[in-house]
Design a protein around this ligand. Sequence first.
Ligand SMILES: Nc1nc2c(ncn2[C@@H]2O[C@H](COP(=O)(O)OP(=O)(O)OP(=O)(O)O)[C@@H](O)[C@H]2O)c(=O)[nH]1
Length: 316
Amino acid sequence: MSAPRIPVVLLTGFLGAGKTTLLNRLLTRPVMADTLVIINEYGDAALDHRLVTHAPEQVVTELAGGCVCCALRGDLAQTLREAHWRFARGGRRQFERVVIETTGLADPAPVLRTLATDPRIAERYRLACTLTVVDAFQGEATLAAQPEALLQIAAADRLLIAKTDQAAPAQVAALQALLGRLNPFAQQTDLQAEALTPALLTPPGTLRLRSLPPPTAEQVHAVRSDSFTVDTPLAPERVQAWLDAWPTVAGPALLRMKAVLDIAGEHRAQVVHGVQHTLYPPDSLDAPANGSTVVCITRGIDATRLTQWLGILHTQ
Ligand SMILES: Nc1nc2c(ncn2[C@@H]2O[C@H](COP(=O)(O)OP(=O)(O)OP(=O)(O)O)[C@@H](O)[C@H]2O)c(=O)[nH]1
């Protein structure tokens, strides 16, 4: 009898929707022991793998600098093909399941196709479930403006609604109704209200993959990712001025900002997230920063304004 195939969970959702936050919650569950996590990031400076807290029996690896749905599809296939010996101890495979976190701009359909049709992958792996995280607060506006978000909704077996604590109940209800129209097959879960159970990692019914027209080349290619690094610790008042100036760049053109900051006098790295209009309060990592990196993923932003804003961090 051949060995059972390894289940793969595809975790997707638009930039900043809450994928990594969910992953961190999931990885603390016993059901997620022995998990290989593959994190794909759009920016060339990968930060997400540093933001994922995991146990020693979990392996986290990253694919950065493009999307697994296009530029890095071959890299994903190679990672999966090689994983059983690359992530092995004493000749024994170190994982029993795989979670792939896509970039927030990925179209899940080509990734699902690779999983299903590459014979060397399909013989070892099986798709267990596609989870799409949706931001309760910004979800409707994102869906109206960002074609990739629609593709992610369409591919979902489960729609996981994050940030319901930030949205009014009527806003959540309107989003749920919209999601129900866009993908009536997917089960909707409010991540704040419901416990994360193993059932979340399995599809609610038969797996269905529906196709929507892909975004046009123009829509995809107008996206750019810029990273900005400073090697020396940042003065706290500079960081505060930079945070205060967030409204000068915030908006739909700033799809995502992620920063790991090395602030003078702080022993631990500080993490700051921005998603379109929203800036989240800084958080600390359990590790020193050794330099600061800010990644901005933008579509049609005023570059001068962005540069001025970033400049606040290190201007003498
Ligand atoms: N209030 C609130 N904030 C949340 C929730 N989920 C995520 N966030 C915050 O939203 C910001 C972005 O969350 P991430 O988990 O990094 O989002 P992501 O989808 O992984 O982002 P990308 O990897 O850039 O696509 C962070 O500051 C999180 O703390 C939630 O349920 N409630």
